[in-house]
Design a protein around this ligand. Sequence first.
Ligand SMILES: Nc1ncnc2c1ncn2[C@@H]1O[C@H](COP(=O)(O)OP(=O)(O)OP(=O)(O)O)[C@@H](O)[C@H]1O
Ligand SMILES: [Mg+2]
Length: 501
Amino acid sequence: MPDLLSKPAGASGESAGHNTGAAPVRDENTGASTGPRARILVIDDEAAIRESLETLLAFEGFEVHTAPNGPEGLAKLEKVLFDLILLDVALPGQNGLEVLAQIQSIATVPVIMISAYATVEMAVRAMQSGARNFLQKPWNNEKLLADISSSIDAVRVEQENVQLKRALKQRYSFENLIGKSEVMLRIFDMVAQVAPSRSTVMLQGESGTGKELIAKALHASSTRANQPFVPVNGGGMPADLLESTLFGHVRGAFTGAIAPKKGLFEVADHGTLFLDEIGNMSLETQAKILRVLQDRRFMRLGGVEEIQVDVRVIAATNVDLQRLVAEGKFRDDLFYRLNVINIKLPALRERREDIPLLADFFLSRYANENGMSSRRLSPEALRLLIDYAWPGNVRELENVIERAVVLSTAPLIGPELLPESLAGGTPSSWKDWAPLLSERASASLFEIVEEFEKRLILDVLEQTHGRQTEAAERFQIPLSTLNQKIKRHGIDVKKVRGQDG
Ligand SMILES: Nc1ncnc2c1ncn2[C@@H]1O[C@H](COP(=O)(O)OP(=O)(O)OP(=O)(O)O)[C@@H](O)[C@H]1O
Ligand SMILES: [Mg+2]
Protein backbone atom coordinates (compact mmCIF):
# COMPACT_ATOMS: atom_id res chain seq x y z
CA MET A 1 0.00 0.00 0.00
CA PRO A 2 1.33 3.44 -0.80
CA ASP A 3 2.43 5.48 2.13
CA LEU A 4 0.07 8.35 1.63
CA LEU A 5 0.57 9.76 5.02
CA SER A 6 4.19 10.63 5.22
CA LYS A 7 3.80 13.55 2.88
CA PRO A 8 2.29 16.92 3.61
CA ALA A 9 -1.41 17.08 2.96
CA GLY A 10 -1.42 19.78 0.38
CA ALA A 11 -0.06 23.07 -0.76
CA SER A 12 -2.32 24.85 1.66
CA GLY A 13 -0.02 23.69 4.43
CA GLU A 14 -2.67 22.02 6.51
CA SER A 15 -1.85 18.89 8.45
CA ALA A 16 -2.29 15.42 7.03
CA GLY A 17 -5.47 14.94 8.94
CA HIS A 18 -7.24 17.95 7.51
CA ASN A 19 -9.93 16.19 5.59
CA THR A 20 -10.75 13.60 8.20
CA GLY A 21 -14.47 13.21 8.14
CA ALA A 22 -14.84 14.87 4.76
CA ALA A 23 -15.89 11.59 3.23
CA PRO A 24 -19.57 10.83 3.49
CA VAL A 25 -19.88 8.32 6.31
CA ARG A 26 -21.87 5.52 4.80
CA ASP A 27 -24.30 3.62 6.90
CA GLU A 28 -23.59 -0.09 6.42
CA ASN A 29 -27.25 -0.94 6.13
CA THR A 30 -28.89 1.81 4.17
CA GLY A 31 -25.93 3.08 2.20
CA ALA A 32 -27.11 6.55 3.05
CA SER A 33 -24.35 9.04 3.54
CA THR A 34 -24.09 11.51 6.35
CA GLY A 35 -21.58 14.18 7.26
CA PRO A 36 -19.84 16.68 5.00
CA ARG A 37 -19.65 15.91 1.29
CA ALA A 38 -16.48 14.40 -0.05
CA ARG A 39 -14.74 16.28 -2.87
CA ILE A 40 -13.67 14.47 -5.99
CA LEU A 41 -11.51 15.77 -8.83
CA VAL A 42 -11.97 14.17 -12.26
CA ILE A 43 -9.04 14.59 -14.66
CA ASP A 44 -9.91 13.38 -18.16
CA ASP A 45 -9.40 14.89 -21.61
CA GLU A 46 -12.73 13.69 -23.01
CA ALA A 47 -15.52 16.12 -22.20
CA ALA A 48 -18.19 13.39 -22.48
CA ILE A 49 -16.44 11.31 -19.86
CA ARG A 50 -15.99 14.27 -17.51
CA GLU A 51 -19.68 15.08 -17.84
CA SER A 52 -20.94 11.58 -17.29
CA LEU A 53 -18.72 11.15 -14.23
CA GLU A 54 -19.79 14.50 -12.91
CA THR A 55 -23.48 13.60 -13.28
CA LEU A 56 -23.02 10.22 -11.65
CA LEU A 57 -20.94 11.46 -8.73
CA ALA A 58 -22.97 14.60 -8.06
CA PHE A 59 -26.07 12.42 -7.96
CA GLU A 60 -24.37 10.30 -5.30
CA GLY A 61 -23.80 13.37 -3.18
CA PHE A 62 -20.17 14.13 -3.98
CA GLU A 63 -18.86 17.59 -4.75
CA VAL A 64 -17.27 17.19 -8.19
CA HIS A 65 -14.57 19.28 -9.86
CA THR A 66 -13.16 18.51 -13.30
CA ALA A 67 -10.03 19.25 -15.32
CA PRO A 68 -9.24 18.35 -18.94
CA ASN A 69 -5.52 17.79 -18.44
CA GLY A 70 -2.74 17.31 -15.91
CA PRO A 71 -1.61 20.93 -15.45
CA GLU A 72 -5.15 22.22 -14.87
CA GLY A 73 -5.85 19.38 -12.49
CA LEU A 74 -2.68 20.13 -10.53
CA ALA A 75 -3.58 23.82 -10.39
CA LYS A 76 -6.93 22.89 -8.79
CA LEU A 77 -5.19 20.58 -6.40
CA GLU A 78 -3.15 23.49 -5.11
CA LYS A 79 -6.28 25.43 -4.21
CA VAL A 80 -8.79 22.82 -3.10
CA LEU A 81 -8.48 19.90 -0.71
CA PHE A 82 -9.78 16.79 -2.45
CA ASP A 83 -10.74 13.49 -0.90
CA LEU A 84 -10.17 11.53 -4.08
CA ILE A 85 -8.97 11.93 -7.66
CA LEU A 86 -10.14 10.00 -10.72
CA LEU A 87 -7.33 10.16 -13.23
CA ASP A 88 -7.32 9.17 -16.88
CA VAL A 89 -4.21 7.28 -17.89
CA ALA A 90 -4.04 8.61 -21.45
CA LEU A 91 -3.91 12.40 -21.27
CA PRO A 92 -2.84 14.58 -24.18
CA GLY A 93 0.89 15.21 -24.17
CA GLN A 94 1.32 13.59 -20.80
CA ASN A 95 1.24 10.15 -19.31
CA GLY A 96 -1.21 9.61 -16.44
CA LEU A 97 1.57 8.02 -14.42
CA GLU A 98 3.58 11.25 -14.61
CA VAL A 99 0.54 13.20 -13.44
CA LEU A 100 0.11 10.67 -10.64
CA ALA A 101 3.69 11.32 -9.50
CA GLN A 102 3.10 15.08 -9.57
CA ILE A 103 -0.12 14.72 -7.58
CA GLN A 104 1.69 12.69 -4.99
CA SER A 105 4.40 15.27 -4.66
CA ILE A 106 1.91 17.94 -3.62
CA ALA A 107 -0.97 16.17 -1.89
CA THR A 108 -1.95 13.17 0.16
CA VAL A 109 -5.01 12.00 -1.67
CA PRO A 110 -6.13 8.63 -3.00
CA VAL A 111 -6.06 8.33 -6.79
CA ILE A 112 -8.08 5.89 -8.86
CA MET A 113 -6.79 5.54 -12.41
CA ILE A 114 -9.05 4.86 -15.37
CA SER A 115 -7.98 3.73 -18.78
CA ALA A 116 -9.56 2.60 -22.02
CA TYR A 117 -6.49 0.66 -23.03
CA ALA A 118 -5.84 -1.10 -19.77
CA THR A 119 -3.20 -3.75 -19.78
CA VAL A 120 -2.26 -5.80 -16.77
CA GLU A 121 1.20 -4.34 -16.94
CA MET A 122 -0.13 -0.79 -16.85
CA ALA A 123 -2.41 -1.58 -13.94
CA VAL A 124 0.47 -3.07 -12.03
CA ARG A 125 2.60 -0.02 -12.73
CA ALA A 126 -0.17 2.31 -11.60
CA MET A 127 -0.63 0.43 -8.36
CA GLN A 128 3.11 0.30 -7.78
CA SER A 129 3.26 4.05 -8.31
CA GLY A 130 0.74 4.54 -5.56
CA ALA A 131 -2.66 4.53 -7.27
CA ARG A 132 -5.37 3.16 -4.99
CA ASN A 133 -7.05 1.35 -7.81
CA PHE A 134 -7.15 0.86 -11.56
CA LEU A 135 -10.37 0.66 -13.58
CA GLN A 136 -11.09 -0.01 -17.20
CA LYS A 137 -13.30 2.10 -19.45
CA PRO A 138 -16.16 1.65 -19.85
CA TRP A 139 -16.50 1.38 -16.13
CA ASN A 140 -19.27 -0.21 -14.17
CA ASN A 141 -20.98 2.50 -12.11
CA GLU A 142 -21.58 0.30 -9.09
CA LYS A 143 -18.01 -0.88 -9.02
CA LEU A 144 -16.68 2.63 -9.46
CA LEU A 145 -18.82 3.98 -6.61
CA ALA A 146 -17.83 1.11 -4.34
CA ASP A 147 -14.14 1.71 -5.10
CA ILE A 148 -14.53 5.42 -4.44
CA SER A 149 -16.23 4.85 -1.09
CA SER A 150 -13.77 2.28 0.07
CA SER A 151 -10.76 4.40 -0.97
CA ILE A 152 -12.09 7.45 0.83
CA ASP A 153 -12.95 5.39 3.92
CA ALA A 154 -9.58 3.65 3.98
CA VAL A 155 -7.75 6.95 3.86
CA ARG A 156 -9.95 8.41 6.55
CA VAL A 157 -9.23 5.46 8.83
CA GLU A 158 -5.50 5.72 8.16
CA GLN A 159 -5.52 9.41 8.90
CA GLU A 160 -7.48 8.90 12.09
CA ASN A 161 -4.94 6.30 13.16
CA VAL A 162 -2.05 8.59 12.48
CA GLN A 163 -3.69 11.41 14.39
CA LEU A 164 -4.54 9.21 17.33
CA LYS A 165 -1.07 7.77 17.46
CA ARG A 166 0.42 11.20 17.35
CA ALA A 167 -1.83 12.31 20.18
CA LEU A 168 -0.83 9.27 22.19
CA LYS A 169 2.85 9.88 21.82
CA GLN A 170 2.48 13.43 23.03
CA ARG A 171 0.62 12.78 26.23
CA TYR A 172 0.81 9.52 28.08
CA SER A 173 -2.89 9.28 28.06
CA PHE A 174 -5.62 8.38 25.66
CA GLU A 175 -9.34 8.46 26.31
CA ASN A 176 -8.71 8.56 30.10
CA LEU A 177 -6.22 5.73 29.82
CA ILE A 178 -3.02 6.50 31.64
CA GLY A 179 0.29 4.74 31.09
CA LYS A 180 3.79 5.23 29.82
CA SER A 181 5.16 1.71 30.06
CA GLU A 182 6.17 0.17 26.76
CA VAL A 183 3.42 -2.42 27.08
CA MET A 184 0.69 0.19 27.69
CA LEU A 185 1.89 2.40 24.84
CA ARG A 186 1.68 -0.64 22.57
CA ILE A 187 -1.86 -1.22 23.80
CA PHE A 188 -2.80 2.41 23.10
CA ASP A 189 -1.43 2.04 19.57
CA MET A 190 -3.40 -1.13 19.15
CA VAL A 191 -6.58 0.53 20.42
CA ALA A 192 -6.13 3.40 17.97
CA GLN A 193 -5.47 0.99 15.16
CA VAL A 194 -8.38 -1.38 15.67
CA ALA A 195 -10.97 1.11 16.94
CA PRO A 196 -12.25 2.15 13.49
CA SER A 197 -12.84 -1.41 12.30
CA ARG A 198 -15.85 -3.54 13.07
CA SER A 199 -13.77 -6.50 14.26
CA THR A 200 -14.55 -8.19 17.51
CA VAL A 201 -12.02 -7.51 20.22
CA MET A 202 -11.21 -9.74 23.16
CA LEU A 203 -9.77 -8.10 26.26
CA GLN A 204 -7.99 -10.33 28.72
CA GLY A 205 -6.58 -9.31 32.04
CA GLU A 206 -6.86 -9.64 35.79
CA SER A 207 -9.56 -7.80 37.64
CA GLY A 208 -9.02 -4.04 37.76
CA THR A 209 -6.52 -3.87 34.90
CA GLY A 210 -8.74 -1.57 32.85
CA LYS A 211 -10.65 -3.86 30.49
CA GLU A 212 -13.84 -1.85 30.60
CA LEU A 213 -11.92 1.39 30.21
CA ILE A 214 -10.23 0.02 27.08
CA ALA A 215 -13.58 -1.14 25.72
CA LYS A 216 -14.89 2.41 26.17
CA ALA A 217 -11.81 3.85 24.51
CA LEU A 218 -12.29 1.53 21.54
CA HIS A 219 -15.87 2.70 21.24
CA ALA A 220 -15.07 6.38 21.76
CA SER A 221 -12.44 6.39 19.03
CA SER A 222 -14.53 4.46 16.53
CA THR A 223 -17.02 5.77 14.00
CA ARG A 224 -19.70 4.45 16.38
CA ALA A 225 -18.77 6.96 19.08
CA ASN A 226 -22.11 8.77 18.87
CA GLN A 227 -24.06 5.53 19.12
CA PRO A 228 -24.66 3.59 22.33
CA PHE A 229 -21.98 1.77 24.31
CA VAL A 230 -23.82 -0.98 26.14
CA PRO A 231 -22.08 -3.06 28.82
CA VAL A 232 -23.50 -6.42 29.86
CA ASN A 233 -22.08 -8.47 32.66
CA GLY A 234 -22.81 -12.11 32.01
CA GLY A 235 -21.06 -13.11 35.18
CA GLY A 236 -23.62 -13.53 37.89
CA MET A 237 -26.83 -13.91 35.88
CA PRO A 238 -28.76 -17.14 35.41
CA ALA A 239 -28.73 -18.19 31.74
CA ASP A 240 -32.39 -17.43 30.94
CA LEU A 241 -32.27 -13.99 32.50
CA LEU A 242 -29.07 -13.23 30.61
CA GLU A 243 -30.65 -14.37 27.35
CA SER A 244 -33.73 -12.23 27.80
CA THR A 245 -31.43 -9.33 28.71
CA LEU A 246 -29.39 -9.83 25.55
CA PHE A 247 -32.07 -10.78 23.05
CA GLY A 248 -35.23 -9.39 24.62
CA HIS A 249 -38.50 -11.30 24.60
CA VAL A 250 -41.98 -11.14 23.18
CA ARG A 251 -45.07 -10.84 25.29
CA GLY A 252 -45.91 -14.17 26.91
CA ALA A 253 -42.49 -15.71 26.15
CA PHE A 254 -42.38 -16.97 29.72
CA THR A 255 -44.31 -16.47 32.94
CA GLY A 256 -44.01 -12.86 33.89
CA ALA A 257 -43.28 -11.62 30.36
CA ILE A 258 -46.30 -9.37 30.36
CA ALA A 259 -44.89 -6.88 27.89
CA PRO A 260 -42.46 -7.27 24.99
CA LYS A 261 -38.92 -6.14 25.77
CA LYS A 262 -35.98 -5.06 23.64
CA GLY A 263 -32.75 -6.89 24.29
CA LEU A 264 -29.39 -5.18 24.65
CA PHE A 265 -28.34 -6.33 21.18
CA GLU A 266 -31.13 -4.12 19.88
CA VAL A 267 -30.30 -1.29 22.26
CA ALA A 268 -26.70 -1.41 21.03
CA ASP A 269 -27.66 -1.31 17.33
CA HIS A 270 -25.05 0.71 15.38
CA GLY A 271 -23.02 0.95 18.57
CA THR A 272 -20.88 -1.34 20.70
CA LEU A 273 -21.92 -4.17 23.00
CA PHE A 274 -19.43 -4.90 25.77
CA LEU A 275 -19.79 -8.49 26.93
CA ASP A 276 -18.05 -8.59 30.28
CA GLU A 277 -16.98 -11.79 32.03
CA ILE A 278 -17.69 -13.81 28.94
CA GLY A 279 -16.11 -16.91 30.52
CA ASN A 280 -19.09 -17.41 32.80
CA MET A 281 -21.78 -17.73 30.15
CA SER A 282 -23.58 -21.03 29.66
CA LEU A 283 -22.90 -23.09 26.55
CA GLU A 284 -26.43 -22.44 25.26
CA THR A 285 -26.10 -18.69 25.61
CA GLN A 286 -22.73 -18.95 23.91
CA ALA A 287 -24.37 -20.68 20.95
CA LYS A 288 -26.89 -17.87 20.62
CA ILE A 289 -24.25 -15.19 20.80
CA LEU A 290 -22.24 -16.98 18.14
CA ARG A 291 -25.27 -16.93 15.89
CA VAL A 292 -25.70 -13.16 16.21
CA LEU A 293 -22.03 -12.62 15.50
CA GLN A 294 -22.22 -14.77 12.38
CA ASP A 295 -25.58 -13.73 10.95
CA ARG A 296 -26.04 -10.31 12.55
CA ARG A 297 -29.60 -11.35 13.23
CA PHE A 298 -31.48 -13.05 16.02
CA MET A 299 -34.95 -13.55 17.44
CA ARG A 300 -36.39 -12.27 20.70
CA LEU A 301 -37.15 -15.06 23.18
CA GLY A 302 -40.43 -16.62 22.15
CA GLY A 303 -40.43 -14.58 18.94
CA VAL A 304 -40.56 -15.70 15.32
CA GLU A 305 -39.39 -12.54 13.65
CA GLU A 306 -35.71 -12.16 12.82
CA ILE A 307 -34.19 -8.90 13.95
CA GLN A 308 -31.19 -7.54 12.12
CA VAL A 309 -28.58 -5.57 14.01
CA ASP A 310 -25.26 -3.92 13.35
CA VAL A 311 -23.37 -4.26 16.60
CA ARG A 312 -19.67 -4.29 17.31
CA VAL A 313 -18.91 -6.74 20.08
CA ILE A 314 -16.09 -6.33 22.56
CA ALA A 315 -15.65 -9.17 25.03
CA ALA A 316 -13.71 -9.28 28.26
CA THR A 317 -12.58 -12.01 30.59
CA ASN A 318 -10.28 -12.41 33.54
CA VAL A 319 -9.95 -16.14 33.11
CA ASP A 320 -7.93 -18.11 30.60
CA LEU A 321 -10.57 -18.80 27.95
CA GLN A 322 -8.29 -21.10 26.04
CA ARG A 323 -8.20 -23.34 29.08
CA LEU A 324 -12.00 -23.24 29.31
CA VAL A 325 -12.10 -24.23 25.63
CA ALA A 326 -9.79 -27.16 26.36
CA GLU A 327 -12.04 -28.18 29.25
CA GLY A 328 -15.13 -28.02 27.03
CA LYS A 329 -16.66 -25.15 29.01
CA PHE A 330 -16.34 -22.60 26.27
CA ARG A 331 -17.25 -23.14 22.62
CA ASP A 332 -14.15 -23.08 20.47
CA ASP A 333 -16.02 -21.58 17.49
CA LEU A 334 -17.19 -18.68 19.65
CA PHE A 335 -13.72 -18.28 21.07
CA TYR A 336 -12.21 -17.88 17.60
CA ARG A 337 -14.99 -15.56 16.54
CA LEU A 338 -14.43 -13.30 19.56
CA ASN A 339 -10.68 -13.55 19.53
CA VAL A 340 -10.20 -11.80 16.17
CA ILE A 341 -8.18 -9.14 17.92
CA ASN A 342 -6.80 -9.96 21.31
CA ILE A 343 -5.55 -7.36 23.75
CA LYS A 344 -3.90 -8.62 26.92
CA LEU A 345 -3.84 -6.13 29.75
CA PRO A 346 -0.83 -6.51 32.00
CA ALA A 347 -1.17 -6.60 35.77
CA LEU A 348 -0.10 -3.37 37.45
CA ARG A 349 2.85 -5.11 39.15
CA GLU A 350 4.19 -5.94 35.68
CA ARG A 351 4.42 -2.25 34.78
CA ARG A 352 5.44 -0.49 37.94
CA GLU A 353 6.70 2.53 36.00
CA ASP A 354 3.05 3.46 35.47
CA ILE A 355 2.31 3.64 39.20
CA PRO A 356 3.55 7.23 39.82
CA LEU A 357 1.72 8.47 36.73
CA LEU A 358 -1.52 6.77 37.71
CA ALA A 359 -1.16 7.92 41.30
CA ASP A 360 -0.80 11.53 40.11
CA PHE A 361 -3.79 11.18 37.86
CA PHE A 362 -5.97 9.84 40.68
CA LEU A 363 -4.62 12.42 43.16
CA SER A 364 -5.81 15.27 41.00
CA ARG A 365 -9.06 13.52 40.09
CA TYR A 366 -10.02 12.99 43.73
CA ALA A 367 -8.70 16.31 45.01
CA ASN A 368 -10.87 17.98 42.34
CA GLU A 369 -13.87 15.84 43.03
CA ASN A 370 -13.68 16.68 46.72
CA GLY A 371 -13.05 20.35 46.14
CA MET A 372 -9.58 20.14 47.71
CA SER A 373 -6.37 21.88 46.78
CA SER A 374 -3.86 19.72 44.93
CA ARG A 375 -2.32 16.80 46.77
CA ARG A 376 1.01 15.05 46.30
CA LEU A 377 2.71 11.98 47.69
CA SER A 378 5.72 12.01 49.97
CA PRO A 379 8.68 10.02 48.61
CA GLU A 380 8.11 7.29 51.25
CA ALA A 381 4.45 6.99 50.35
CA LEU A 382 5.31 6.74 46.67
CA ARG A 383 7.92 4.09 47.44
CA LEU A 384 5.28 1.98 49.19
CA LEU A 385 2.96 2.31 46.23
CA ILE A 386 5.67 1.30 43.79
CA ASP A 387 6.71 -1.72 45.82
CA TYR A 388 3.28 -3.11 46.56
CA ALA A 389 2.00 -6.12 44.57
CA TRP A 390 -1.45 -4.64 43.68
CA PRO A 391 -3.54 -7.80 43.43
CA GLY A 392 -6.54 -5.56 42.63
CA ASN A 393 -4.52 -3.67 40.02
CA VAL A 394 -5.47 -0.13 38.96
CA ARG A 395 -8.84 -0.29 40.71
CA GLU A 396 -7.09 -1.00 44.01
CA LEU A 397 -4.60 1.82 43.44
CA GLU A 398 -7.44 4.17 42.60
CA ASN A 399 -9.26 3.25 45.84
CA VAL A 400 -6.11 3.64 47.92
CA ILE A 401 -5.51 7.11 46.51
CA GLU A 402 -9.11 8.17 46.87
CA ARG A 403 -9.05 7.14 50.51
CA ALA A 404 -5.77 8.94 51.16
CA VAL A 405 -7.03 12.12 49.51
CA VAL A 406 -10.25 12.11 51.50
CA LEU A 407 -8.39 11.52 54.77
CA SER A 408 -5.70 14.09 54.08
CA THR A 409 -5.67 17.44 55.82
CA ALA A 410 -2.55 18.88 54.15
CA PRO A 411 -1.19 18.87 50.59
CA LEU A 412 1.50 16.26 51.33
CA ILE A 413 0.31 12.68 51.66
CA GLY A 414 2.57 10.46 53.74
CA PRO A 415 2.61 6.69 54.43
CA GLU A 416 0.30 7.11 57.44
CA LEU A 417 -2.59 7.76 55.06
CA LEU A 418 -2.04 4.53 53.16
CA PRO A 419 -3.62 1.23 54.23
CA GLU A 420 -1.44 -0.89 56.48
CA SER A 421 -1.44 -3.74 54.01
CA LEU A 422 0.82 -1.66 51.79
CA ALA A 423 3.53 -1.28 54.36
CA GLY A 424 3.53 -4.72 55.90
CA GLY A 425 2.24 -6.44 52.81
CA THR A 426 3.69 -8.80 50.33
CA PRO A 427 7.41 -8.54 49.86
CA SER A 428 7.73 -7.61 46.26
CA SER A 429 11.34 -8.51 45.67
CA TRP A 430 13.30 -11.54 46.75
CA LYS A 431 15.53 -9.38 48.94
CA ASP A 432 12.58 -8.69 51.19
CA TRP A 433 12.36 -12.39 51.81
CA ALA A 434 15.89 -12.62 53.16
CA PRO A 435 14.91 -12.00 56.82
CA LEU A 436 12.24 -14.68 56.59
CA LEU A 437 14.72 -17.13 55.22
CA SER A 438 17.46 -16.40 57.70
CA GLU A 439 15.14 -17.64 60.44
CA ARG A 440 15.98 -21.00 59.01
CA ALA A 441 19.68 -20.53 58.63
CA SER A 442 20.38 -24.19 59.24
CA ALA A 443 17.94 -25.44 56.63
CA SER A 444 19.04 -27.00 53.39
CA LEU A 445 18.51 -25.14 50.13
CA PHE A 446 15.73 -27.57 49.30
CA GLU A 447 13.93 -26.77 52.55
CA ILE A 448 14.35 -23.04 52.05
CA VAL A 449 12.97 -23.26 48.55
CA GLU A 450 10.03 -25.34 49.78
CA GLU A 451 9.28 -22.85 52.52
CA PHE A 452 9.59 -20.00 50.05
CA GLU A 453 7.20 -21.71 47.65
CA LYS A 454 4.68 -22.42 50.39
CA ARG A 455 4.62 -18.80 51.54
CA LEU A 456 4.29 -17.56 47.99
CA ILE A 457 1.37 -19.86 47.30
CA LEU A 458 -0.34 -18.88 50.56
CA ASP A 459 0.17 -15.28 49.71
CA VAL A 460 -1.30 -15.50 46.25
CA LEU A 461 -4.19 -17.63 47.47
CA GLU A 462 -5.00 -14.92 49.95
CA GLN A 463 -4.93 -12.35 47.18
CA THR A 464 -7.23 -14.44 45.01
CA HIS A 465 -9.54 -15.11 47.93
CA GLY A 466 -8.76 -18.80 47.76
CA ARG A 467 -9.54 -19.10 44.04
CA GLN A 468 -7.11 -21.71 42.79
CA THR A 469 -7.68 -21.27 39.06
CA GLU A 470 -6.80 -17.61 39.37
CA ALA A 471 -3.77 -18.43 41.52
CA ALA A 472 -2.59 -21.02 38.99
CA GLU A 473 -2.90 -18.42 36.26
CA ARG A 474 -0.97 -15.93 38.30
CA PHE A 475 1.85 -18.47 38.68
CA GLN A 476 1.48 -19.52 35.05
CA ILE A 477 1.31 -23.18 35.99
CA PRO A 478 -1.42 -25.74 35.31
CA LEU A 479 -4.12 -25.97 37.95
CA SER A 480 -3.21 -29.61 38.55
CA THR A 481 0.37 -28.64 39.39
CA LEU A 482 -0.85 -26.03 41.84
CA ASN A 483 -3.16 -28.61 43.41
CA GLN A 484 -0.27 -31.00 43.94
CA LYS A 485 1.77 -28.26 45.56
CA ILE A 486 -1.12 -27.19 47.80
CA LYS A 487 -1.44 -30.80 48.98
CA ARG A 488 2.28 -31.23 49.46
CA HIS A 489 2.54 -28.08 51.55
CA GLY A 490 -0.54 -29.01 53.56
CA ILE A 491 -2.19 -25.68 52.75
CA ASP A 492 -5.80 -25.46 53.87
CA VAL A 493 -7.49 -23.49 51.12
CA LYS A 494 -10.78 -23.27 53.01
CA LYS A 495 -8.95 -21.58 55.83
CA VAL A 496 -7.38 -19.07 53.46
CA ARG A 497 -10.80 -18.33 52.03
CA GLY A 498 -12.28 -18.08 55.54
CA GLN A 499 -9.71 -15.53 56.69
CA ASP A 500 -10.83 -13.31 53.96
CA GLY A 501 -14.41 -12.61 55.01
N1 LIG B 1 -4.77 2.77 32.41
C1 LIG B 1 -5.66 3.32 33.23
N2 LIG B 1 -5.68 4.65 33.39
C2 LIG B 1 -6.57 5.24 34.22
N3 LIG B 1 -7.47 4.58 34.94
C3 LIG B 1 -7.50 3.25 34.84
C4 LIG B 1 -6.59 2.55 33.98
N4 LIG B 1 -6.86 1.24 34.07
C5 LIG B 1 -7.87 1.12 34.93
N5 LIG B 1 -8.28 2.33 35.41
C6 LIG B 1 -9.34 2.58 36.37
O1 LIG B 1 -9.38 1.47 37.26
C7 LIG B 1 -10.70 1.06 37.53
C8 LIG B 1 -10.90 -0.37 37.06
O2 LIG B 1 -10.87 -0.43 35.66
P1 LIG B 1 -11.88 -1.34 34.83
O3 LIG B 1 -13.22 -1.33 35.44
O4 LIG B 1 -11.77 -0.96 33.41
O5 LIG B 1 -11.18 -2.75 35.09
P2 LIG B 1 -11.61 -4.22 34.61
O6 LIG B 1 -10.41 -4.83 34.00
O7 LIG B 1 -12.84 -4.12 33.78
O8 LIG B 1 -11.89 -4.94 35.99
P3 LIG B 1 -12.89 -6.19 36.31
O9 LIG B 1 -12.30 -7.40 35.65
O10 LIG B 1 -12.82 -6.29 37.81
O11 LIG B 1 -14.22 -5.81 35.82
C9 LIG B 1 -11.61 2.03 36.80
O12 LIG B 1 -12.01 3.05 37.69
C10 LIG B 1 -10.73 2.62 35.74
O13 LIG B 1 -11.13 3.91 35.42
MG1 LIG C 1 -14.79 -4.81 34.22
